[in-house]
Write a protein that binds this ligand. Structure first.
Ligand code: ASP
Length: 441
């Protein structure tokens, strides 16, 4: 009986397959925790999710390197590169600031932190004490560095060691840009074989992404099943209860994130990108689902790039430059969440934040989201810095740790959608948007 269902599934569009995988994963997770199959799920199902994420990460560094080199080389002149570069970074900053301001408006209007009772606050502090300490130690090591350390970190002293470290994406981007620029500057006859080599390599890597995506529905099933059983343990109702207490805060974050996805981006896609949001959404859906399941913009990057290129018709020249950069520095969802979380904690502690403190949050949340790595949970680590700067007690993070994974999944969707929106805007203004025929989308 399973074989015909499986055959039928394979005929569905990828985003349906992924959605079904996610839904079954959640169902299995709840079922497993209510019948005592938690350990079995962790031992026998979750590893396939880890394998799937590894496959995506495995291809991320080669993809960024090769696609950026071919992207820059195809720009064929340096002034074009600097124009597109400054435009991209400018729009990225703008969308991030919009997100932070939106978060602040929402949290100041709805004041979710005021709903906290003093006992609940103590209860959470005790429960999450250890994790909070860990997060602040992580952030302290980031804080102790000098002001120009982030700049130093971008320039690798050994490219081969950067290539072996998925966390060193900015260094890989730096090297790829340098390599691409040099490729433009040497005589065309000498550059031709190198260009041809990288173009061939690029095709191979994109094909590998296609192959990996065949496993996506099973990968997300395993990821979500693992997540649910770990969260719920043997007592699903405990997870639900915890979530209810923090529901109000979550709703404020989710409303903000939804506003970005359903109002801000559609507006930009329509007015600047000159594309219907339905087309954009349909094209991006599998990447969004993947962002949700993996909580990592870096792991989602190969698919974001592929969908932007094949389904939205953004030229490779633009996707290969704008998207890897965006996955690393543009995190609208993360910055919005940091703004809401910081003020929420202040409200819970009864601290009044004046306008200058709130403007400080705009600045630090923008910078912290740029500095946050594109991996699960990075936003929480950087939140410590936002709190410290605003004079809000760091222990307050304990209040928001419980539902963080869920919010991480949602903010990653926003991060990825924001990157795609900006790449569409840049492509349109550069005459690099060639939407495929409706039937191909
Ligand atoms: N998980 C997010 C991302 O990869 C970062 C974060 O907010 O934690 O985009």
């Amino acid at each position: 009986m399973l074989v015909p269902i499986w055959l039928h599934m394979r005929k569905l569009a990828l985003h349906w397959q992924i959605l079904i995988g996610m839904a079954l994963g959640v169902l299995w997770g709840f079922f497993a925790s209510s019948v005592g199959l938690v350990d079995a799920t962790i031992d026998w199902i979750k590893p396939f999710g880890t394998i799937f994420i590894n496959l995506l990460k495995l291809i991320a560094v080669p993809l960024v390197l090769v696609s950026l080199i071919t992207g820059v080389a195809s720009l064929s002149d340096i002034s074009r590169l600097s124009r597109i570069g400054s435009k991209t970074i400018g729009i990225y900053l703008m969308t991030t600031v919009i997100a932070v301001v939106l978060g602040l408006l929402l949290v100041n209007t709805f004041k979710p932190g005021n709903a906290f009772s003093a006992e609940k606050r103590e209860e959470f502090k005790e429960q999450f004490a250890a994790t909070t300490t860990q997060r602040s130690t992580d952030a302290a090591s980031v804080e102790q560095q000098g002001p120009l350390q982030p700049l130093i970190d971008i320039v690798p002293s050994n490219i081969f060691s950067s290539l072996t470290n998925n966390g060193a994406m900015l260094q890989v981007i730096f090297f790829a840009l340098l390599f691409g620029i040099a490729l433009i500057m040497i005589p065309p006859d000498k550059a031709a074989p190198v260009n041809a080599f990288f173009e061939g390599l690029n095709l191979i890597i994109l094909k590998i992404v296609d192959i990996i995506m065949l496993a996506a529905p099973y990968g997300v099933f395993a990821l979500l099943a693992g997540l649910v059983v770990e969260f719920a343990g043997d007592n699903p109702s405990s997870a639900v209860e915890l979530l209810l207490v923090l529901g109000y805060y979550c709703i404020v974050v989710l409303v903000g994130l939804a506003f970005m996805v359903f109002v801000v981006y559609p507006f930009l896609v329509k007015t600047v990108g000159k594309t219907k949001y339905g087309v954009f959404f349909k094209g991006m859906f599998p990447a969004q689902m993947l962002a949700f399941s993996t909580s990592s913009s870096a792991a989602t990057l190969p698919v974001t790039m592929e969908r932007c290129e094949k389904n939205l018709g953004i030229s490779r020249e633009i996707t290969s430059f704008v998207l890897p950069l965006g996955a690393t520095i543009n995190m609208d969802g993360t910055s919005l969440y940091q703004a809401v979380a910081a003020v929420f904690i202040a409200q819970a502690y009864g601290i009044d934040l004046d306008l200058s403190a709130q403007l400080g949050i705009v600045l630090t949340a923008t910078l912290a989201s740029i500095g946050a790595a594109a991996v699960p949970g990075a936003g929480v680590v950087m939140l410590v810095i936002v709190l410290q700067q605003a004079g809000i007690p760091i222990e307050g993070i304990a209040l928001i740790l419980a539902p963080d994974r869920l919010l991480d999944m949602c903010r990653t969707v926003v991060n990825v959608t924001g990157d795609a929106t900006v790449s569409m805007m840049v492509a349109q203004t550069e005459g690099q948007l060639h939407p495929p025929a409706a039937t191909d989308v």
